[in-house]
Design a protein around this ligand. Structure first.
Ligand code: HEM
Length: 429
């Protein structure tokens, strides 16, 4: 086995997911298991496709976990960069099918593919670094990959910001997601070094429910095509998002370079939420802040989660029912000249930090380092995230509780066809 890996497949799988296998009508019998590995039927049912027009992990219904990594490139030549992308493609194909990567640490042995997706993105530093055209690619940098402006309230930590290339691994099992990034980091160690990472999770939702974020609100209700009123769980089971919405909002088209067609631009923001502060506020105030009901997720003044936002509705005193600075009003397309993004956010929880204030009321103790790992995909960040967030960063009521402390911008190229690799069209442009 290449790399001396002792694992040829994820053995022991039946023991790990026996309940699931039973639900599929599979037995633990020998014929349910292919030679030395997971049962084909189960493996296929939990494997997302790698090859295609688009990369996986963008339109894929959100999984329960993410492990994100941004890397600094150390490849010296374009050929080395191409080799990195080839190796990452080969390993991702294998891992998404539930197979070990070529050199594998073995810690996902026995686990199913868990809907693993791998999404690779190119940061501005791949095109130019300190004004230097590192790989002869600067002429191919898309205009849409324009550096993000500094937003009001930004407190970006350089240790959680930037990156020349990124990998977003999503899966329903956190170990499978982490495993994927760990193998890619190892395989690519000659060409790329980890710069920062972020793990995140989506509440495991009861059948058909939109997941809740750490503020306790349903998050992801109003998203392109997902407002087909299909709860996330049902979308996974039945339909893919409506392609028209995605063509308009998410997928890059002929307006940019050919190598980005079918791709999408990713903005990530590590947003800390002051949970201690939030937890000391009344539910009514929280609902005014968000603009939706906490229990049902319905817009204020409406009845159910998927009812339309009525931004003009007033109460008997003539006051707006959805307050002027409520989060959903600030973010709504109708309030932003039609700007839309695909949100694919995860909560994060990185433990606690010590605080010792040197001013009244002299607070001392521990504070959560937790919040939202916000991921947005769009056809052009200038008319997507930047357009929406510029105003929100100044006026959103949610800002009383949130601090953006990490950031990244990446061009995720289109998908690859069998035998090719992610980013090949750029390398060969
Ligand atoms: C910690 C930070 C944030 C939290 C807790 C949060 C939470 C929420 C919640 C609860 C909703 C309503 C339910 C839904 O439609 O999904 C929502 C909607 C939305 N949020 Fe955020 N959000 C955060 C940051 C952001 C940021 C930075 C943006 C940047 C553009 C954004 C854009 C949106 C959009 C576009 C909507 C849909 C608005 C609509 O059309 O109704 N959010 N968010």
């Amino acid at each position: 086995m290449a790399g001396g890996c002792p694992f040829h497949s994820r053995r022991g799988f039946m023991g790990a997911v026996g309940g699931f296998a039973t639900a599929l009508g599979l037995s633990r019998g020998a014929d349910a298991v292919n030679a030395g590995g997971a049962p084909q039927a189960v493996r296929h049912s939990q494997a997302e496709p790698f090859w295609g027009v688009h990369q996986s992990g963008i339109a894929t219904p959100p999984q329960g976990h993410v492990y994100f990594a941004a890397f600094d490139l150390h490849a010296e030549t374009k050929a080395q960069l191409a080799q990195l992308l080839q190796r990452w493609t080969d390993a991702s194909v294998r891992m998404m099918a539930g197979q070990p990567a070529t050199e594998d640490s073995g810690d996902a042995e026995g686990l199913s593919p868990s809907h693993l997706t791998v999404t690779i993105g190119f940061g501005p530093g791949m095109f130019t670094q300190n004004g230097h055209d590192r790989y002869g690619l600067s002429a191919h940098r898309p205009d849409s990959l324009a550096d993000l402006p500094t937003f009001a309230g930004d407190q970006l930590d350089p240790a959680k910001t930037g990156g020349d290339i990124s990998v977003q691994a999503c899966a329903d099992d956190p170990q499978v997601a982490f495993h994927a990034v760990r193998q890619l980091a190892k395989i690519g160690r000659d060409a790329a070094h980890l710069r920062w990472t972020q793990a995140g999770f989506n509440a495991s939702f009861a059948a058909g429910d939109t997941p809740r974020n750490l503020m306790g609100f349903k998050d992801g209700t109003q998203n392109p095509s997902m407002h087909a009123n299909q709860p996330a769980r049902l979308i996974r089971a039945s339909s893919q998002p409506a392609e028209e919405d995605f063509d308009k909002v998410v997928w890059a088209g002929s307006e940019g370079p050919a190598w980005m067609q079918g791709g999408s631009y990713k903005v990530v923001r590590r947003i800390r939420i002051a949970l201690e502060h939030w937890d000391n506020t009344e539910v009514g105030f929280q609902e005014q802040t968000v603009g939706r009901k906490k229990d049902s997720g319905a817009p204020l003044g409406a009845k159910t989660e998927f009812d339309a936002l009525d931004l003009d509705a007033t109460d008997k005193d003539g006051s707006l029912i959805i307050p002027e600075n409520a989060h959903v009003r600030m973010a709504a397309a109708t309030n932003n000249d039609g700007a839309q993004i695909l949100r694919r956010a995860f909560s994060y929880n990185d433990g606690t930090n010590v605080i010792a204030e040197r001013w009244p009321p002299w607070r001392q103790g521990l504070e959560y380092d937790a919040g939202l790992f916000f991921i947005a995909y769009q056809r052009d960040p200038r008319t997507g995230f930047v357009k929406i967030f510029e105003n929100m960063a100044k006026f959103d009521a949610l800002n009383q509780f949130t601090t953006h402390c990490g950031s990244g911008l990446f061009a995720c190229p289109g998908g690859a066809q069998h035998g090719g690799y992610i980013g090949q069209a750029l390398i060969e442009a």
